[in-house]
Design a protein around this ligand. Structure first.
Ligand code: CA
Ligand code: CA
Length: 319
């Protein structure tokens, strides 16, 4: 028999089993040639809150729609409490029949399904389920994701009318936060007004043209709304994503957006790049903040996001 020193091993308390090492954006220990702590400090936040479903903030994902029965998402999809499914009646009188799990703004009908994975990927970053023996975990372990579809199944562009319907629905149905991983369409004063006069807090992608939004505006990011934050993409070494738009005056924050693994259609997973992927990281953090501080104002929420960052010199002239 051999004696060995009784060393104590420090166990990371409470980390979900599906926080796998590919999720560098949540927790970066230097895996895959990354830089330790080039992440959003998700485990640190989870000591305070892992998000909230019952009574928690509704987070609208204004995008392609979300796979409602993805096994890593289905427990975190919003349910409209005022609507009886499948009875052909607009029970809650909001103008949309049987809108139980979101809104299809392209058809002005209840959201049912999508043929594009983009919105499902965003939703997974915000709130893929934790500890369910499936794939990944999101920034929030518990949440209410409200899918709002603005991109039709047969296309990749949305009209201003569709976007306006989407934002009005999110507001009417009590979304606290909207996540907007889309750009384009130019300056539209009605779209600006709908988002700006909304009670929700909006998270906008900066864009993927590697250009300066201070010089070449990108909308909706460049609407410059008080109740919004604009997000550039960073990589696993805390550098600006090679594709990411930036803007010292008009882009507020950088978040993980390069090589981001998340949920996609057909109950699968995939790794994407984009400010589209950075945006739901910030929307997810906003969800955690609003879970912990249910009465927080939009300005306080924005301040907590902006002053809770790590200031990096390489981003000083970028965001
Ligand atoms: Ca309804
Ligand atoms: Ca999971």
């Amino acid at each position: 028999m051999r004696a060995a020193p009784n060393t104590r091993v420090q166990k990371m308390e409470g980390l979900p089993g599906d926080l796998n090492s590919e999720l560098w954006g949540l927790h970066n220990t230097g895996q895959d040639k990354g830089t330790p702590d080039a992440d959003i400090d998700a485990p640190e936040a989870w000591r305070i809150t892992t998000g909230k479903r019952e009574g928690g903030p509704v987070i609208a994902v204004i995008d392609t729609g979300v796979q409602l029965d993805h096994p890593d998402l289905d427990a975190n999809i919003w349910t409209n409490p005022g609507e009886i499914p499948g009875n052909g009646i607009d029970d809650d009188g909001n103008g949309v029949i049987d809108d139980v799990h979101g809104f299809d703004a392209t058809l002005n009908k209840a959201y049912v399904s999508t043929k594009h994975s983009h919105g499902t990927h965003c939703a997974g970053t915000i709130a893929a389920e934790a500890n369910n023996d499936e794939g990944i975990v999101g920034v929030n372990h518990h949440a209410q994701i409200m899918p709002i579809k603005i991109f039709p199944d047969d296309g990749d562009s949305a009209t201003a009318a569709t976007i306006i319907r989407a934002a009005l629905y999110a507001d009417k149905m009590g979304a606290r936060i909207t996540s907007n991983s889309w750009t384009g369409g130019g300056y539209n004063p009605v779209v600006r007004d709908v988002f700006g006069s909304s009670e929700a807090f909006h998270v906008f992608a900066a864009g993927n043209d590697a250009t300066n939004n201070d010089e070449v505006p990108s909308y909706p990011a460049s609407f410059n709304l008080d109740n919004s934050v604009v997000v550039a993409a960073s990589d696993r070494n805390d550098q600006l994503g090679y594709f990411s738009n930036y803007g010292k005056k008009s882009v507020n924050i950088a978040a993980p957006g390069v090589a981001i693994k998340s949920t996609v259609l057909d109950s699968k997973y995939a790794t994407y790049n984009g400010t589209s992927m950075a945006t739901p990281h910030v929307a997810g953090v906003a969800g955690l903040i609003a879970s912990e501080f249910p009465d927080i104002s939009n300005q306080q929420l924005k301040d907590r996001l902006l002053f809770g960052t790590d200031a990096k010199p390489q981003f000083a002239d970028r965001v």
